[in-house]
Design a binder for this molecule. Structure first.
Ligand code: SF4
Length: 498
C-alpha cells in the first residue's frame, strides 16, 4: 500500500536528511563462482525492496570494482557489465530513497579507501537514529556524508585503518582481520536499525543491530561458499540453502578461513512487524514461519474478528493476496481476482513524489468488471497510510459496478511513523494517527472498514510480542529516537510544503 516519502535532505546534514532507506542487501564469498552473476540474481530476488538504484562491488583479492547506477537491476546490469566484474567476493544493493537523496552519489555499495590505501565497500538496509552524533564525531569527513550508509562506510574505513590498536572496544578479543575488528568496533557506535554487508579485498563481513529490526540471513552455496541476503528468496534464486539468521548483535566474517562469528553486544530482538505485513516477499522464511503463511493467518484472524455478509473476497494485489485467500477460506466466501495489477509498475510505496504516486495507483490496478459487477465485495488490503489510495480504490470498484465495498485491513491502523528504515509518512500525514476507524471509513467511502487487532497480528508471526517492533502500530519505539526526530523537522517541512 502507498506510503509516501518525505522532503529532501539538507546537503551534508545526515540528521535532517530524511534518508530512510528500505533496501535489499546481498553478499557472496565464493571462490570459483561467477560472483557478479550471483549478486545480479540475488538483487533480482530483492528488487521489491528497492527500485531506484542497484549496485555491485566485487574483489578478486587485490582490487575492488564497484558498479552502481540509478534504475532497476536489469536496467543497470547487462552481460558485458557483469563480465567486467571479475572476482570471488561481492556485495550488492538495491535501494529506494526519498526525493532529493535519489542520486548516483547515494546509490550503494558505498565505497571508501582507507588512509593506508585499502578499499572498502558497504551496503546497508535500515536507518540510524544517531547520525548527528556520528557525524560530529567524524568531524569534517562526517559533514560530507549525505546518508547514514556513507557515515557507516566512513566510520568503518577509519576503524579498519586503525584496528586493532586504538579503537573503542567491546571486551571481545581482537584476533581477527582489520575489517572484522573494525566492523565490531563500528557496530558498537551505531544506534538504530542496520543490516549491513561489507567487504575489503579479501573478506566479507555482515552485521545486524542488536534488535534485529531488518532481516539478514546466511546461506551456503552447493559447491561451497557463502551468501548473505536480506531475504531467503535471494538464497533460493542462487541455489543456496538457508543456514540461519545473522543474529541480532552479531558480526559474521567470511574469508578463506571459512565463516566465523563475533558479538558486539547482547541481542534484544525486536524484528519489524511490518516486514510480515507488507515489506518482505511472501516466500521469505523466518525461523518460525513463512511470510505467506503469516499473511494467510492474518486473513483468517480478520475473518473471525470482522465478519461480514458478502458475495466475494478479492485481494488488493500483491501483498493483500495471501490475506484475502485466508479471509475467504475462514469466512466460507468465494475468492476471486477482482483487480488486475500491471506488474511492470513499481510499488506505489516507493514512488518519489506525490503526483507520481497517484499516477502510479491508477496505472497499477484495473478492476475486472465482469467479476465484481453487482457483487458485495470484501476487499482485503495490508494497510492504509494516508487513505488516498484506498479512497481511489473504493471509488474505482464502485464505478466498476460493485454493490458494496467492505474494506478489511490485515494490520492495525498505522498511528506512528517509522524511524528504523521504512519511509512511511509524517505523523501528521498518517490517517490512522488522529482519525477513528469510522472516520477513516467515511473518508475512503467504504460501506464498512475493519482492521486486524495488534494481538492477532502478532500471533500470526509466531514470535512473542516482546520480540517484535510494533512502533508504527502502538508508538512503543524499542530503540530510543531523539526528540527532534520524533517531533521536529519532518512535520515542519510538511507544513512549509502545504
Ligand atoms: S516502526 Fe513499524 S515499520 Fe518501523 S520497524 Fe517498527 S514495525 Fe517496522
Amino acid at each position: 500500500m502507498p506510503v509516501d516519502v518525505d522532503e529532501p535532505a539538507a546537503p551534508g546534514d545526515p540528521a535532517r536528511s530524511g534518508v530512510r532507506d528500505e533496501c535489499g542487501v546481498f553478499a557472496v564469498f565464493a571462490p570459483g563462482e561467477d560472483v557478479a552473476k550471483l549478486c545480479y540474481y540475488g538483487l533480482y530476488a530483492l528488487q521489491h525492496r528497492g527500485q531506484e538504484s542497484a549496485g555491485i562491488a566485487v574483489s578478486d583479492g587485490r582490487n575492488i570494482l564497484v558498479t552502481k547506477e540509478m534504475g532497476l537491476v536489469n536496467q543497470v546490469f547487462d552481460e558485458a557489465r557483469l563480465a567486467s566484474l571479475e572476482g570471488h567476493i561481492g556485495v550488492a544493493h538495491v535501494r529506494y530513497s526519498t526525493t532529493g537523496s535519489s542520486t548516483w552519489d547515494n546509490a550503494q555499495p558505498a565505497f571508501k579507501v582507507t588512509p593506508s590505501g585499502s578499499g572498502l565497500a558497504l551496503a546497508h538496509n535500515g536507518n540510524l537514529v544517531n547520525t548527528t552524533d556520528l557525524a560530529r564525531r567524524l568531524g569534517p569527513e562526517g559533514e560530507k556524508c549525505a546518508t547514514d550508509s556513507a557515515l557507516m562506510a566512513t566510520l568503518l574505513a577509519r576503524d579498519a585503518d586503525v584496528a586493532p590498536m586504538d579503537t573503542p572496544r567491546t571486551d571481545t578479543p581482537l584476533t581477527d582481520t582489520p575489517l572484522a575488528d573494525a566492523m565490531v568496533s563500528t557496530c558498537t557506535q551505531l544506534q538504530g536499525a542496520f543490516s549491513l554487508v561489507a567487504m575489503d579485498e579479501t573478506t566479507v563481513v555482515a552485521a545486524r543491530d542488536t534488535h534485529g529490526v531488518r532481516p539478514l540471513v546466511i546461506g551456503r552455496l552447493p559447491r561451497g561458499g557463502y551468501v548473505i541476503a536480506s531475504e531467503t528468496a535471494a538464497l533460493d534464486i542462487v541455489g543456496a540453502h538457508l543456514l540461519r539468521d545473522v543474529d541480532p548483535g552479531e558480526v559474521v566474517i567470511i574469508d578463506e578461513r571459512g565463516l566465523r562469528s563475533r558479538r558486539f553486544a547482547d541481542a534484544t530482538p525486536h524484528g519489524c512487524l511490518f516486514e510480515y505485513v507488507y515489506v518482505a516477499r511472501p516466500d521469505h522464511r523466518t525461523a518460525e514461519t513463512t511470510v505467506y503463511a503469516a499473511r494467510r493467518r492474518m486473513g483468517m484472524a480478520l475473518a473471525g474478528e470482522a465478519p461480514i455478509d458478502a458475495d466475494l473476497v478479492i485481494p488488493v494485489p500483491d501483498s493483500g493476496t495471501a490475506g484475502a485467500s485466508g479471509y475467504a477460506e475462514a469466512a466460507g466466501i468465494p475468492y476471486a481476482e477482482g483487480l488486475t495489477k500491471n506488474r511492470y509498475v513499481g510499488r506505489t510505496f516507493i514512488q518519489p513524489t506525490q503526483s507520481l504516486r497517484e499516477l502510479g495507483i491508477r496505472l497499477k490496478l484495473n478492476p475486472l468488471r465482469d467479476v465484481i459487477e453487482g457483487q458485495r465485495l470484501v476487499v482485503v488490503d495490508d494497510s492504509i497510510v494516508r487513505g488516498n489510495t484506498s479512497r481511489q480504490l473504493v471509488a474505482m470498484l464502485r464505478d466498476a459496478g460493485a454493490a458494496q465495498v467492505h474494506l478489511r485491513i490485515t494490520a492495525p491502523p498505522i498511528t506512528d511513523p517509522c524511524f528504523y528504515g521504512i519511509d512511511m509518512a509524517t505523523r501528521a500525514e498518517l490517517i490512522g494517527s488522529d482519525l477513528s476507524v469510522e472516520q477513516i471509513c467515511d473518508f475512503v467511502g467504504a460501506d464498512t472498514l475493519a482492521y486486524l487487532s495488534l494481538d492477532a497480528l502478532v500471533a500470526t508471526t509466531k514470535r512473542p510480542k516482546s520480540q517484535l517492533c510494533r512502533a508504527c502500530f502502538d508508538g512503543e519505539y524499542p530503540i530510543p529516537v531523539p526528540g527532534e526526530q520524533l517531533t521536529g523537522g519532518k512535520d515542519v517541512l510538511l507544513r512549509m510544503r502545504a
